[in-house]
Write a new protein. Structure first.
Length: 260
């Protein structure tokens, strides 16, 4: 489990609100039910504070409490917030059909994501028609920016000042893992410059190729194709999937107003 520590930033003016949002963000498809101690560990917020916030969020309808489990999960009011955030997104609307076509033709998963702090959060996910949806890539899933192709693609497309700021935050939080993460990010962004996409491979387990998508008035986004490593060797990523995914991203940009 990747812990998302709550950070009491100096520019946050309403700290209780920030903490409440951090509590809601701790819940995920991987951990739909969480108790007080689990949320405290996940967020870094003191357990007594977490207890009060969980109770208040349940009273307000954002969480549901189960007496048998003695745990909470997100409730309908939280769903309405998430739906409102994505329902009117023009990029998601434009991307859905193209993503499904790509997933069917390549027998892979295709996902769309945006940056959330030092993670990439999946906002749209499509599996190929004959592909088992077993890679846990549903909307709402977070992947770390520093160690994934999706994150490298986003980083490489950001303005230099913003990219350096994010990298400094990664360095501060990663400790002894920083040298390895720095090399991975540098290699990924070098691939983006050389090929127009980023690639990551974990032996026969998983492989991914990702490209940034830039749309005016929309946060930086990334389109990625993910599949089992046995079916996604490097040659296929470089010669077939990467170029096709980059072309799909460029077509979406053109459709939504960007001219190259």
């Amino acid at each position: 489990m990747q812990t998302r520590k709550y950070v009491d930033k100096g520019d946050v003016r309403v700290v209780p609100l920030a903490r409440g949002l951090a509590v809601l963000s701790a819940f995920s498809t991987a951990q739909p039910w969480m108790g007080n101690q689990e949320v405290a560990i996940e967020t870094g917020i003191p357990a007594p504070t977490v207890s009060r916030m969980l109770h208040s969020l349940a009273v307000l309808g954002y969480l549901r409490y189960d007496e048998t489990r003695r745990k909470y999960r997100l409730a309908a009011s939280a769903l309405t917030l998430g739906y409102a955030a994505v329902a009117g997104d023009p990029l998601q609307r434009a991307a859905r059909i193209e993503m499904q076509k790509f997933a069917d033709a390549s027998a892979t998963h295709v996902v769309l994501g945006t940056r959330d702090r030092l993670d990439v959060i999946v906002s749209e996910s499509h599996a190929g028609r004959n592909v088992q949806p077993d890679l846990h890539l549903a909307a709402g899933i977070r992947v770390p920016m520093a160690s994934t192709a999706m994150g490298w693609a986003l980083l490489g497309a950001l303005p230099e000042r913003e990219r350096f700021y994010l990298q400094s935050n990664v360095e501060r939080r990663s400790g002894r893992d920083w040298p390895s993460l720095r090399r991975q990010m540098a290699e990924g962004m070098s691939q983006l410059q050389q090929f127009g996409f980023c690639m990551s491979m974990s032996g026969r387990e998983l492989a991914a190729v990702a490209v940034p998508v830039s749309v005016p008035g929309h946060p930086s986004a990334v389109l990625a194709c993910v599949g089992r490593g046995a079916c996604m060797h490097r040659a296929r990523l470089e010669r077939e999937l990467g170029p096709r995914l980059a072309a799909t991203a460029h077509a979406l940009e053109e459709r939504l107003g960007v001219r190259h």
